[in-house]
Ligand binder design. Structure first.
Ligand SMILES: [Zn+2]
Length: 85
């Protein structure tokens, strides 16, 4: 089994779905041999983010309502997007 790598270090722990503190939704910007992908935490945790992952940076999705995961095409939740009532 391959592990998602952060920088050059193998990472075994699953990545977070939400930032702490704040509870903001996270997505991951992954660079691998398959290209540069915006990925949801689920895909990162399932190692579906490409081969030879060079880096995987977590980012908070504050307000991009159109952001989707490049792997599973699921919408990535935004912190201040459409659900503001
Ligand atoms: Zn995904």
């Amino acid at each position: 089994m391959k592990f998602v790598k952060f920088g050059s270090k193998p990472r075994r722990e699953p990545v977070e779905h939400y930032a702490f503190p704040g509870g903001y939704p996270l997505f991951y910007y992954v660079r691998s041999d398959d290209g540069h992908l915006h990925c949801c935490p689920s895909c990162v945790n399932q190692n579906r983010v490409g081969t030879n992952v060079a880096s995987c940076e977590g980012h908070i999705n504050y307000e991009d309502e159109t952001l989707t995961c490049d792997v599973c095409e699921k919408k990535i939740e935004s912190a201040y997007g459409e659900d503001n009532e």
